[in-house]
Design a protein around this ligand. Structure first.
Ligand SMILES: Cc1cc2nc3c(=O)[nH]c(=O)nc-3n(C[C@H](O)[C@H](O)[C@H](O)COP(=O)(O)O)c2cc1C
Length: 247
């Protein structure tokens, strides 16, 4: 197995970091790695905001309710961004561009580009023995994050990425069996009951035996709880008010 695959397969989220900040050089390498990800039609539809201001970090931490938003080696916020292209357009073509930028297709382009960049950043960080935690919890109050980071039209904060030197080494979290997620040639509605039952048992054992935050739970129960209530309903109107995903 090569070093990259080893790094990928050794991933686990880190939620406790030492006080050591990461260096400017490390920040630069991480951002360059993010930028080198493939990007739909060369659009590069994202902006990455490094948050160093303690007051802003404090408030983002309040939004998320998670201490590692504040206590980390560096905090990045990944934003889907079509604003820079919108700004480039002359006033005569702006309306034309807006018609295209407001479609679900261009919304998806921006989301995909941003996520790919973030995962490259993650791998770069992990290859330097840093730990990361994605922070979708910033969408707990997407309006407040938007205001704190002064995000204009056509820019939406998708998630944070806390990076730093790990102060913990949690057990690796199991993943779904390969036969459940991988199909050949078409989407087979195969019976995965047995596979999922085994996976639920595996995950139950993981939750019961891991070194922190032990609990009794299964993936099936977790997913039923998650999808039985609407989460962050205000994100839909926020996105549309930013002129994304309107048509
Ligand atoms: C887009 C995204 C958002 C996430 N948001 C959070 C978050 O707000 N807080 C958190 O502790 N973990 C968050 N995570 C981490 C997931 O909980 C974690 O990746 C998942 O449970 C699998 O665990 P592992 O990364 O340790 O393998 C997020 C992950 C992703 C990809």
């Amino acid at each position: 197995m090569n070093k990259l695959i080893e790094t990928i397969l050794d991933h686990r989220s880190i939620r406790k970091f030492t006080d050591q900040k990461i260096t400017e050089d490390q920040i630069k390498i991480i951002v360059q790695a993010a930028q080198q990800a493939s990007t739909s039609s060369y659009v590069m539809a994202y902006s990455i905001i490094g948050v160093t201001n303690e007051t802003i970090k404090e408030q983002l931490c309040e939004v998320s309710g998670q201490p590692y938003v504040k206590d980390n080696g560096h905090l990045f916020v990944f934003c889907a961004d079509l604003n820079r292209i919108h700004r480039l357009a002359s006033s005569e073509v702006k309306k034309l561009l807006e018609k295209s930028m407001e479609t679900t297709e261009q919304f998806m382009v921006a989301i995909i580009d941003t996520a790919l960049a973030a995962q490259n950043a993650t791998l770069a960080a992990e290859s330097m023995d840093l730990g990361v935690c994605y922070l979708g919890s910033l969408r707990n109050d997407i309006h407040r994050v938007n205001d704190l980071l002064k995000l204009p039209d056509f820019v939406i904060p998708l998630f944070g990425l806390a990076i730093g030197y790990p102060a913990e080494k949690p057990e690796k979290k199991p993943r779904l069996p390969i036969d459940v997620v991988y199909h050949e040639n078409n989407y087979e509605l195969q019976d995965v009951t047995e596979s999922l039952k085994k996976f639920d048992e595996e995950l139950k054992t993981y939750y019961q035996n891991r070194s922190h935050n032990q609990r009794s739970d299964t993936w099936t129960k977790q997913m039923m709880r998650k999808y039985s209530k609407v989460q962050r309903a205000e994100v839909s109107s926020f996105v549309k008010n930013k002129n994304f995903n309107k048509s």
